[in-house]
Design a protein. Structure first.
Length: 600
């Protein structure tokens, strides 16, 4: 069964659960009503008292439960995708605590304002606490949105958690000064209750939730890329800072009205994303549809509260009966990319300086190199020489200190994110972790820069994905979960993702470190052949000196003192650059033998 079929069946099953639990909730209560009578009452037929009970009391509760449960479930999916944390939900941002503080301040202020305020609070309890909660949630949402512009995702999550715990302590202190009426009002809201929402309140609940769901759907594609991590998402053309702000806005629209009207019903947002992913058996779908239905079913089971993925399309894996052989896959990928060779571009470092702010400062200065199309270049140097810094700067993932890296005549760092992602593919040394993604899902992400806002793959995209899997030797485990693979297998998958991206420039940072010797030889030969077949440029940083000197068309050798020697392996060896870069008191490079020897 393909992931798409499994997702469709799961969604249909969840929809049926929501429908059955909704009808059950209309029939069940202190006054029993048969299923048939409940359905007749929905149409306005039957006993007037039954019609009033079903349409005036129970139907709003069921509708509220479905809307609120779906909103909380989708909000949980967004939070867990954004923070890549299985325990993240709206409470993690302090939104729930903000609502609690708003209501606590309202009831305490009423206690201090005198009998008239208390009487008003009793008469307009529902609207009053809703307004107080919305003010509190709104204030926290604005604060977190402002903070999101200045800090990273992890810092944002930590600050949200700290604020949540701190504010809960403040709420306890504030309620100490409230009177009995205020305490009862706060407790009734804080316990969570779907029954307080009237038919007149439903539009005020549904409209912002619908807007939040639409915003979530609009951001489905970049949120799926974020499952690989922020750096990979940026390399695929995602504006991570903008995505973070839009996702937070969607979460607020989904969760704030539910919390204000129904109280802090938080368990649904935490557990439903996990249930949805378990049903679909993938996080690739960013389980919005499944989470919305699962949340509605969970919350609507009895019309009462329950306390407490990526969004996109699930694409079928390669059919087992159509497995492509490794050599055939390589030839097929080369054929698919043959048209790209005619637009191959030259890489040029124009007095490029790379590094950081104080105290490290500039690591490499005034680099001037030209790389012709079809080249396989190895970047060598000792630890700390600046290989990763150079690779990230060329890829546009790190700001240059001075100068520029140009692809033909275009500054890579100045390109629009999507344009850069269509030209440059990146495989980093950091270990990618993607819970719930299959190998096919990960490789499919390589086509994101070429798809529309929904991320739908065309037949040509699917052909490139299958061919990339074959060329990287990853076809055999295409249907397995990415997180279940060995480190070496993961790197093959990430190389396949880069090949599927059809880049003019492929940048790989020490990706052979986890491979055995045959795997390193095979991978480096594959990258060299890929560069020559497509006319693209492959830039590989490595500690595998022997293989790099044998296979590279050109070598960039970092001396560890801010300089870089460029040339063929034979030229660098003859000039003594390799020995100066790597020789120590214990080991030295022998130009005659072309390898290192221990110093006697």
């Amino acid at each position: 069964m393909t992931p798409g079929t499994r997702s469709a069946i799961g969604s249909a099953a969840l929809f049926a659960v929501v429908l059955v639990t909704g009808v059950f909730a209309l029939s069940w209560g202190s006054i029993g009503i048969g299923f048939g009578d409940a359905l007749h009452a929905l149409a306005g037929n039957g006993d007037p008292a039954t019609v009033q009970i079903v349409t005036g009391l129970r139907l709003p509760r069921v509708a509220t439960a479905i809307v609120a449960g779906g909103a909380l479930g989708l909000g949980g999916v967004l939070m867990q995708a954004l923070f890549r944390n299985p325990m993240a939900d709206a409470w993690s941002l302090g939104l729930t605590a903000g609502g609690q503080l708003g209501v606590a301040l309202l009831v305490t202020a009423a206690a201090f304002s005198g009998p008239e305020a208390i009487a008003f609070l009793r008469a307009f309890e529902g609207p009053s606490i809703t307004l107080g909660a919305m003010i509190g949630i709104g204030g926290f949402a604005l604060a977190m949105a402002s903070l999101a512009r200045r800090v990273g995702t992890v810092t944002l999550l930590v600050v949200g958690l700290m604020l949540g715990f701190t504010v809960q302590g403040i709420v306890s202190v504030v309620l100490h000064f409230a009177n009995r009426v205020g305490g009862r009002v706060f407790s009734g809201w804080n316990d969570g209750n779907f029954a307080t929402v009237t038919p007149a309140d439903l539009p005020m609940l549904v409209v912002p939730v619908a807007a939040g769901a639409a915003l979530a759907l609009f951001n489905a594609k970049p949120l799926t890329a974020l499952l690989l991590g922020e750096t990979y998402a940026r390399s695929l053309g995602t504006d991570v800072a903008r995505l973070r702000r839009l996702t937070l806005a969607a979460v607020v629209l989904l969760v704030a009205p539910v919390t204000a009207y129904c109280g802090p019903v938080t368990f649904v947002g935490l557990i439903v994303p996990h249930l949805a992913r378990a049903i679909a058996r993938t996080a690739r779908i960013f389980t919005a549809d499944a989470a919305r239905r699962a949340g509605g079913g969970a919350a609507g089971a009895d019309g009462g509260p329950r306390r407490p993925c990526a969004v996109g399309t699930a694409f079928p894996a390669p059919q087992r009966g159509a497995r492509v052989g490794r050599r055939a896959g390589g030839d097929r990928a080369a054929g698919l990319l043959a048209d790209d060779a005619g637009t191959a571009l030259m890489l040029r470092l124009d007095t490029l300086s790379v590094g950081y702010g104080a105290p490290r400062g500039t690591v490499l200065a005034d680099l001037a190199v030209t790389v012709p199309p079809g080249s396989f270049v190895c970047v060598l140097g000792r630890n700390g020489a600046g290989k990763s810094t150079l690779m990230r700067t060329i890829a546009g993932l790190q700001r240059a200190v001075a100068g520029a890296a140009l692809l033909e005549h275009a500054d890579i760092a100045a390109m629009r994110p999507q344009t850069r992602a269509q030209q440059v593919a990146v495989v980093l040394t950091e270990r990618a972790a993607s819970p719930g993604l299959s190998v096919d899902d990960v490789v499919s992400l390589g086509r994101q820069p070429f798809t529309g806002w929904q991320g739908r793959l065309t037949p040509d995209d699917r052909q490139r994905i299958v061919a990339a899997l074959a060329r990287a030797g990853a076809t055999a485990f295409a249907t397995r979960l990415f997180d279940d693979l060995s480190d070496g297998e993961r790197q093959r998958v990430m190389i396949a993702r880069a090949i599927a991206q059809s880049p003019r420039l492929m940048i790989l940072d020490e990706i052979t470190a986890f491979l055995d010797l045959p795997g390193r030889v095979e991978t480096m030969a594959l990258l060299r052949d890929h560069a020559r077949a497509t006319g693209g440029i492959v830039l590989l940083s490595s500690h595998d000196l022997d293989l790099s000197l044998q296979l590279a068309d050109s070598v960039w050798l970092l001396d560890g003192h801010g300089g870089m020697a460029v040339g063929s392996a034979a030229d660098l060896i003859a000039a003594g650059h390799v020995g100066r870069a790597f020789d120590t008191a214990a080991v030295r490079f022998s130009p005659a033998l072309g390898r290192f020897e221990l110093v006697a």
